[in-house]
Design a protein around this ligand. Structure first.
Ligand code: IVH
Length: 716
């Protein structure tokens, strides 16, 4: 999967790989930093990190809370000097509901022994999603700037703060002798987008969101880099002050504005909880139009005298609280619905959105799950969104929760353009043009062009050569990917037939396989020998190798045993016409296919679907020019076998055969092999370590034998 170009990853692939990379990189960090015992070299480690960055750049919405891109090894802060805050920089307690806010006000009143109707003014202002900074002014001049760090000691970023336009070098007006202004460094949406656009052009890794961009830009060793980044600043608090310019929070913030700082114009003062909550909802409503990220609303007791009395609990002031926005949702416009084809052929609709920040991350892709979801139908036919469907052009609500792939939740009906059309789910695969089908009772639509579909190719090829399929030694996962990625026509393997023409194509080529890393003259010869040894596979292996949906080994064996020759099965499947309507029974070939022992309509349908797809027929034809499946030998007459017609369970460790082989053998002798013991079981073959199945067999009085007895029984 790693070798798949980032551009070719689907949303699901990307989420899966980011999760794996987070774990792997943490593992290597641990080995390197804690154990001093790295398992991989620096280049391989860097490659993992680069890959993580590249995937995050393409899918910023998938950035994980534990992403390695935000943990920059050990001791970044070492590169900056340290500044001890003269007044600690505190954090805020969180409220998540109106009830939490009412509790906060009650706590404040109780602490201050204020009655329920005594006046209590509280301010409300946006909680800016950036990084906090403390700016120290002495005699009106900026002398130092520090990040929050751990609250007591921060990093010295003075030189960088000086190149941020919003931060004055000298305060205007009658500022106190010593005054520390505190606030948030952030980046606007527009500046963030422009910065990333420039980085795309320069081939640099992208920032996942404005907060990361702001933090990365401020914490630069070279202030020239910071200067080139459009950082902004909002002041909302203060630290040490030789004199405090006001009696209330709002007065001091106003004064800070007069000193030359940008202050947020959405700060208001209220006397009631209802007022606070009303403002919270107002801010939430206009959130998307603010042009910068906020993640909630901060409430602060306005009176500084009361703030002083209230004081702190651990790292939080008792006089303030952050009311966080609920589930991370945002509104944007759905521009297109793209269909991605997964490795197993599932067609997933993905919403292409006008980029929107959802909980601090820019989202431009979101999943639409499947055809029904778009229509407003949920699991088991449940009605979603009161039945509203989703159309291109709709204004949609997007939700992102933690590491989960963002999804389109709902639409805003009033904003639907008059010409918006219901989405027509494709009936062909966008990756290969093959027919795409949705089986009865399924929600997923799948591509039927398994053998030729580029989205599924690698997975299909891997299956084709795997142990229980054609079992080609020397063609492991890595090699399959290697051959698939080659552009030279003498090397590329894109479909099963290509495996068997490789040697011929190489014979007349100047691009020699033996010159590639990992191949030598000997291994190339071994590979060709292994391939040639599989030109006469058994019918059932061959059929299984084709990777037809629902045709696993057992069904492949059932079909092979019934039709005996691959060509006969194929002819039957091509001629079969499944019922179109319910009352209809399908044609004779269809009924015959359904009548094969153990084969029902679902499997039969998948087989027919496969052979009705022209692309598959071509791929099979190409393959049959190279490979000839053996004719199946009719099973030994049932009565001749002592186990025929009996139901057998294999359990415990088998020493002379794999579980797999055991089942095949049982079937060969006309028995049925199942996985669990029940009253219907006739015989249990138990190896060492057999547990609950053996116990159950004994309880039910079922005959139990060991492996040797089994071989004796079938006469081998
Ligand atoms: S007041 C003693 N006001 O949120 C209280 N903080 O989660 C000091 N923040 O560390 C903070 N906007 O970085 C305050 N309007 C605002 C804020 C704000 C953003 C940040 C700040 C703080 C964090 C706490």
């Amino acid at each position: 999967m790693r070798e798949k170009p980032v551009d070719a990853l689907t949303l699901e692939d990307a989420a899966e790989e980011l999760a794996a990379l987070a774990g792997e990189i943490a593992h290597h960090d641990n080995l390197y930093y804690q154990n001093d015992a790295p398992e991989i070299d620096d280049a391989a480690y860097d490659a993992l990190r680069q890959r993580n960055l590249a995937i995050e750049a393409r899918f910023p919405e998938l950035q994980r809370a534990d992403t390695p891109s935000q943990t920059v090894g050990a001791g970044v802060s070492e590169k900056f000097g340290k500044i001890t805050h003269s007044v600690p920089m505190l954090s805020l307690d969180n409220a998540f509901s109106d009830e939490d806010v009412a509790d906060f006000a009650r706590r404040v009143r109780r602490f201050l022994k204020l009655s329920d109707d005594a006046p209590l003014a509280i301010t409300a202002e946006p909680k800016i999603d950036g990084l906090s900074l403390s700016l120290r002014y002495e005699k009106g001049k900026l002398v130092s700037a520090a990040t929050r760090g751990d609250g007591s000691v921060g990093e010295d970023v003075t030189a960088n703060a000086r190149v941020v336009d919003d931060i004055p070098h000298a305060l205007t007006g009658d500022a106190p002798d010593i005054f520390e202004v505190r606030g948030e460094v952030y980046m606007s949406h527009a500046d963030f987008a422009a910065l990333n656009a420039g980085r795309t052009e320069a081939g640099l890794p992208l920032f996942a969101n404005p907060r990361n961009a702001a933090a990365g830009s401020l914490r630069q060793l070279d202030p020239a880099v910071t200067r080139a980044r459009p950082l902004r600043f909002f002041a909302y608090a203060w630290g040490e002050a030789s004199a405090v310019p006001g009696q209330t929070q709002s007065e001091v913030v106003e004064a800070i504005g007069r000193f030359g700082f940008p202050v947020n114009d959405l700060m208001r003062r209220f006397d009631t909880i209802e007022g606070l909550i009303g403002h919270y909802h107002h801010i939430e409503l206009i959130r998307a139009e603010l042009g910068y990220d906020i993640d909630g609303v901060v409430y602060k007791v306005d009176s500084l005298a009361l703030q002083k009395r209230l004081g702190f609990v651990s790292r939080f002031p008792r006089w303030a609280i952050a009311h966080k926005f609920a589930a991370e949702k945002a509104m944007t416009v759905l521009r297109a619905i793209e269909i991605q084809v997964g490795r197993t052929g599932a067609l997933t609709p993905v919403a292409k959105l006008d980029p929107v920040t959802v909980g601090g991350v820019v989202v431009s892709n979101a999943t639409l799950h499947n055809e029904d979801y778009i229509k407003g139908i949920g699991q088991g036919g449940a009605i979603l969104r009161e039945g509203r469907d989703i159309r291109v052009g709709d204004t949609v609500i997007v939700q992102r929760a933690g590491d989960v792939i963002p999804q389109v939740l709902d639409i805003v009906a009033e904003r639907r353009p008059a010409d918006a059309e219901p989405f027509a789910f494709p009936t062909t695969c966008p990756a290969c043009g093959s027919h795409a089908v949705r089986e009865d009772g399924e929600v997923v639509t799948r591509c039927t062009g398994g053998l030729i579909c580029p989205a599924q190719a690698v997975e299909r090829l891997r299956h084709f050569v795997s142990r229980n399929a054609l079992d080609i030694e020397g063609l492991g996962d890595k090699q399959v990917e290697f051959f698939f990625e080659q552009t030279d026509p003498s090397l590329r393997i894109a479909s099963p037939a290509d495996i068997f023409t490789l040697e011929k194509r190489q014979a007349s080529s100047l691009t020699r396989l033996e010159n590639f890393d990992g191949f030598g003259a000997r291994s190339v010869k071994n590979l060709f020998d292994a391939i040639n040894a599989r030109r006469r596979p058994s019918f059932s292996r061959f059929l299984y190798a084709l990777g037809i949906r629902h045709v696993g080994e057992t069904n492949a064996r059932r079909l092979a045993r019934h039709y005996l020759r691959f060509d006969d099965l194929r002819a039957a499947a091509e001629a079969a016409e499944p019922p179109v309507e319910r009352k209809d029974r399908g044609n004779e070939e269809w009924q015959a296919l359904n009548a094969v022992d153990g084969i029902g309509a679902i499997v039969a349908g998948a087989v027919v679907e496969f052979f009705h797809e022209a692309h598959n027929r071509e791929a099979v034809d190409a393959l049959l020019r190279e490979v000839r499946p053996e004719e199946e030998i009719p099973p030994v007459a049932d009565t001749a076998s002592p186990v025929s017609g009996r139901t057998i369970v294999f359990t415990g460790a088998l020493e002379r055969m794999s579980r797999h082989e055991a089942k095949a053998m049982a079937e060969e002798f006309g028995a049925k092999s199942v996985d669990s013991v029940s009253r219907k079981t006739d015989l249990v073959v138990a190896g060492p370590g057999a547990g609950s199945k053996l116990k159950k067999a004994q309880e039910l009085g079922i005959e139990v034998i060991d492996e040797d007895a089994w071989f004796k029984l079938i006469g081998r």
